[in-house]
Design a protein around this ligand. Structure first.
Ligand SMILES: Nc1ncnc2c1ncn2[C@@H]1O[C@H](COP(=O)(O)OP(=O)(O)O)[C@@H](O)[C@H]1O
Ligand SMILES: O=C(O)C1=C[C@@H](OP(=O)(O)O)[C@@H](O)[C@H](O)C1
Ligand SMILES: [Mg+2]
Length: 184
């Protein structure tokens, strides 16, 4: 009998815009499931030894997206737990393709709630003259891609991070045991 290494694939991948809570909720969800958590932005920082704003400023957004693509595809092939992507990752076609067949949760946030969570942080894409307007425009541009890429969508403002994690857990359970969906 040949023994092959069991395939490792994420239990679930979180996508959505900046401030949706992917990094925060992802960690809680991983704890509840008893699995590892990987945030691809943290992986980028770890593997390059540089911060995200530093990469954007010194190398430009295109180079950031290349680094991000490579890190995300590597994580999708090697990580067995919960994965949180950076907000723009799914806009890279190779990443969207790489997510095919994975269980992907779109954490959806409104422009108002999301901006309130990220205003004043060092996220390079809101380093604009009018950060709130920039945030609103980018979210409007991306919402359709997030919706299309997600296996299901969860309200990112459904409560505290633990409450949002519970909603995701309930959706995952429903997907595993669809016949229970009708049981109150
Ligand atoms: N459900 C939530 N309710 C309130 N604040 C939240 C919630 N989820 C995340 N946050 C806060 O919003 C900010 C952005 O969260 P983060 O996890 O970094 O989002 P993302 O990774 O999607 O950009 C953090 O300050 C975090 O503590
Ligand atoms: O939306 C984006 O393009 C980005 C989102 C950020 O991650 P979070 O969504 O975790 O904030 C980070 O990857 C980078 O600043 C670019
Ligand atoms: Mg994040």
């Amino acid at each position: 009998m040949t023994s092959t290494r069991p395939e490792r694939r994420p239990v679930v991948v979180l996508i959505g815009f900046m401030g949706a809570g992917k990094s925060t909720v992802g960690r809680v969800l991983a704890d509840r499931l008893g699995v590892d958590f990987v945030d691809t932005d943290s992986e980028i920082v770890r593997t390059t030894g540089r911060s995200i704003p530093e990469i954007f400023t010194a190398d430009g957004p295109e180079r950031f997206r290349e680094i991000e693509r490579d890190v995300v595809l590597d994580v999708l092939r090697s990580h067995g737990g919960v994965v949180a992507l950076g907000g723009g990752a799914v806009m890279t076609p190779a990443v969207a393709d790489g997510l095919a067949g994975h269980r992907v949760v779109y954490l959806q946030i409104t422009a108002e709630d999301g901006f309130a969570r990220v205003r004043g942080t060092d996220r390079p894409l809101i380093a604009a003259e009018d950060p709130q307007q920039r945030y609103r425009e980018l979210l409007a541009e991306r919402d359709e891609t997030y919706t299309r890429t997600g296996t299901f969508t969860v309200d990112a403002a459904a409560g505290e991070p633990g409450d949002v994690a519970d909603v995701i857990l309930a959706e995952l359970a429903r997907a595993l045991v669809p016949e229970r969906a009708s049981i109150p």
